[in-house]
Design a protein around this ligand. Sequence first.
Ligand SMILES: Cc1cc2nc3c(=O)[nH]c(=O)nc-3n(C[C@H](O)[C@H](O)[C@H](O)COP(=O)(O)OP(=O)(O)OC[C@H]3O[C@@H](n4cnc5c(N)ncnc54)[C@H](O)[C@@H]3O)c2cc1C
Ligand SMILES: NC(=O)c1ccc[n+]([C@@H]2O[C@H](COP(=O)([O-])OP(=O)(O)OC[C@H]3O[C@@H](n4cnc5c(N)ncnc54)[C@H](O)[C@@H]3O)[C@@H](O)[C@H]2O)c1
Length: 479
Amino acid sequence: MNKRDVDVAIIGAGTAGMVAYQRVAKKTDRVVLIEGEQYGTTCARVGCMPSKLLIAAAERAHDLKSAGDFGVLAGDVRIDGRLVMQRVRAERDKFVAPVVRSMEKLPEEHRLMGHARFLDAHRLEVGDHTEVRADRIIIATGSRPNIPGIFKEARDRLIVNDDIFDWQDLPDSVAVFGPGVIGLELGQALSRLGVKVHLFGVSGGIGGLRDEKIRDYALKTFSEEFAFSPKTETRRVERTDGGVQITWLEDGKEHQETFDYLLAATGRRPNIDNLDIQNAGIELDDRGMPEFDPYTLRCGDSHIFIVGDVNNHRPLLHEAADEGRIAGDNAAAYPEVQTGLRKTPLAVVFSDPQIASVGLTIHQVDEKCRGCFAVGEVSFENQGRSKVIGKNRGLLRVYGEHGSGLFMGAEMFGPAAEHIAHLLAWCAQKRMTVSDMLEMPFYHPVIEEGLRSALKDLNRNLKLGPEPAEGCMDCGPGV
Ligand SMILES: Cc1cc2nc3c(=O)[nH]c(=O)nc-3n(C[C@H](O)[C@H](O)[C@H](O)COP(=O)(O)OP(=O)(O)OC[C@H]3O[C@@H](n4cnc5c(N)ncnc54)[C@H](O)[C@@H]3O)c2cc1C
Ligand SMILES: NC(=O)c1ccc[n+]([C@@H]2O[C@H](COP(=O)([O-])OP(=O)(O)OC[C@H]3O[C@@H](n4cnc5c(N)ncnc54)[C@H](O)[C@@H]3O)[C@@H](O)[C@H]2O)c1
């Protein structure tokens, strides 16, 4: 067994671990970044990037199929699944390669391959070859798909997101379980690429939406596009000659259908259970998760930090990077530990229409303002620019606090939500009032004019602004 002694050991070379490494390496040469499987990160290999590549192909197909609405006749649209997947894999590889190269450029003594587990609070066993003693340790081990036991009956036809991006061709049919972010993005993309998709949920939710009015709108919209059963109970999953047969209960009736594959998109679980974390000497909650401070990423008052998806706080790429930065600085400066800036919550689902949430959810606003808040809303069905481009579906709801007039949060299902959400997040982080936001410029004709309508509605409901004028003559037509 080799022995290493370092100031800081980082477990997991994903986004959070790599960013943490960069920060630590500025302060000490006695650092090691440990990776148990492969370099390249979840985001580039099997997450953000390949999923957006598949969605991009689906968007092209959808645009072609709906071009007739504009008098543009594309003829019969044929989707070549082999070519679709070839581009997904090729472009994915181009995102992965530079990440792998940047890892391989690190000094050899700074990186170690092998699965790490805690022997005690300061010692890690890596693979069966190295024992690392570290003054400080950063856990950055990410997450993996959570697969309910019943799905295992699908055997070789059970897949998770990782598998899709290595496909050589598109299958005929997929049962997608989990209408959360991953299931919705991948399910809709596959459906638009000609795969027969049935999306199954358990709780009636969709894409993480919390605002019931928007959720109901989104449920109705997606149900019109592909087979979608938001509230079901899975009775049986069987591997048959024809594929995988699913038997489920919905609206009190039993249904049965056979698919080529069963995609489990039923949430992700933190990679904490493979670390022998009980040996680390830190406080664990009743699910075996370390207690930690989201502003310092420190576990209790220990020398151990936890960052990225593994802490399950905000499992998103930009948050993993922020957490890596904060924990890296703190591990390097330890025992001096400082709080870092946590940005306004911002999440986008790349469905069509897109889903976005910013700041506090409606329930959190209610709690924080003790009921003293108002909601402004706009439908995109009659919004000028959205109608022009044929994307006039959706709803935006913005929340503000009575008295202060502060903008608190928003949820949106609609066109260009990824962009509107950024504007809103920036305003929330700058603690702007709804009146401040309305003083900003709005071009014409743009989708942001819909945002202005929602903000005006909110200001009126906060009793801070006038009744919005019918048609808004100073704004131009179709706002
Ligand atoms: C399909 C999909 C789509 C997504 N799309 C988006 C998106 O559009 N936008 C967005 O913001 N986020 C998205 N995400 C989430 C985003 O990918 C993650 O939040 C982010 O990649 C987490 O980074 P991380 O560093 O925490 O984990 P990872 O990148 O997973 O890194 C963890 C590393 O730790 C290693 N490891 C685990 N256990 C051990 C051990 N015991 N010893 C040594 N090494 C170990 C793993 O092998 C892995 O390399 C998506 C995720 C998925 C799955
Ligand atoms: N665009 C993005 O930013 C993006 C994209 C993909 C993933 N992500 C990240 O990855 C995380 C995980 O995504 P996810 O979609 O795996 O989790 P999720 O928590 O968003 O969704 C899981 C869904 O599965 C449902 N479910 C649970 N058990 C089920 C069962 N037995 N049958 C049917 N449905 C079941 C849940 O009710 C929920 O709707 C997200 O929270 C997000 O942070 C982000």
